[in-house]
Design a protein around this ligand. Structure first.
Ligand code: CA
Length: 268
């Protein structure tokens, strides 16, 4: 465990045994993936670096925001692990800066009880977060899941439903021809729902596909992302045109003829 108190997450056996089903097309054997670890606490940075190094990542540590900025300017890493509280400022500011120009995956390293910070971190475009103390092994698994999800390279044709067009290859979404800015996570979420339009996609299925195959625990973050997505699409949870909530089950992307025809209150 890295950080202060030990903490053991309960992972149901079936989840432990679940195999990773995503294609391995984004693995590049022999090429180490570069992780920038922005963390000022040596007690965390050192053992984590060692562990990730053993797991085959190339890790660079930045102890301050300015070091991190220099490292990023030199070369954008494949993934950034970002502490929130740094000696020369707030990790969230750096996340905001990065998001203006890059969709590099960002994983926030948060301290316990920073509940609001977590949500803010995700709103700023972070892909995931871990709460200190965390296990290096679990973090490495999450990093792999995020990098595997990566940025799709395979050619897939755009999905067009009503006035929305989602292009998986270009990772763009337009509504009536106007581009909609989505975070990588929101994009993946919308992609999954649109690819299954008309069908209910269960919450567990979404967590599995859009978050990671080892997801366990609360899925509140899903509701938060759905509400951001609705806001960006100009959708109304009470009278959905696009995303309908199926209470206790999941979400369904509406095909045009049924859009607006149903009223399903949003679960909260
Ligand atoms: Ca810190």
């Amino acid at each position: 465990m890295l950080g202060k108190q030990p903490q053991r997450a309960q992972v149901p056996d079936q989840q432990k045994q679940r195999q990773i089903r995503r294609p391995a097309d984004r693995y590049h054997p022999g090429v180490k993936q570069r992780v920038l670890l922005v963390e000022d606490e040596e007690a965390i940075a050192e053992p984590l670096t060692e562990h990730l190094d053993r797991e085959g990542f190339q890790v660079e540590v930045a102890a301050t925001l300015s070091q991190a900025r220099r490292a990023i300017e030199r070369e954008m890493p494949d993934l950034i692990l970002l502490d929130l509280m740094l000696p020369d400022g707030d990790g969230r500011d750096l996340a905001k800066e990065i998001r203006r120009t890059s969709d590099v995956p960002i994983v926030m390293l948060t301290a316990r009880g920073e509940e609001i910070d977590r949500v803010l971190g995700l709103e700023l475009g972070a892909d995931d977060y871990v709460v200190k103390p965390f296990s290096a092994r679990e973090l490495a698994a999450r990093i792999r899941a995020i990098l595997r999800r990566g940025r799709p390279t395979e050619r897939r044709s755009p999905i067009e439903i009503g006035d929305l067009v989602l292009d998986p290859a270009a990772r763009t979404v337009t509504k009536a021809g106007e581009p909609i800015e989505l975070t990588p996570r929101e994009f993946d979420l919308l992609h999954l729902l649109m690819a299954n339009a008309g069908r209910v996609v269960r919450r567990e299925e979404i967590m599995d596909e859009v978050w990671d195959p080892h997801w366990f625990g609360p899925t509140k973050t899903l509701d938060v992302h759905i509400s951001w997505l609705r806001r960006k699409l100009g959708d109304d949870a009470q009278e959905p045109r696009y995303i309908a909530t199926v209470r206790g089950v999941g979400f369904r992307f509406l095909v045009p003829e049924e859009a607006g025809a149903e009223r399903e209150p949003e679960t909260d």
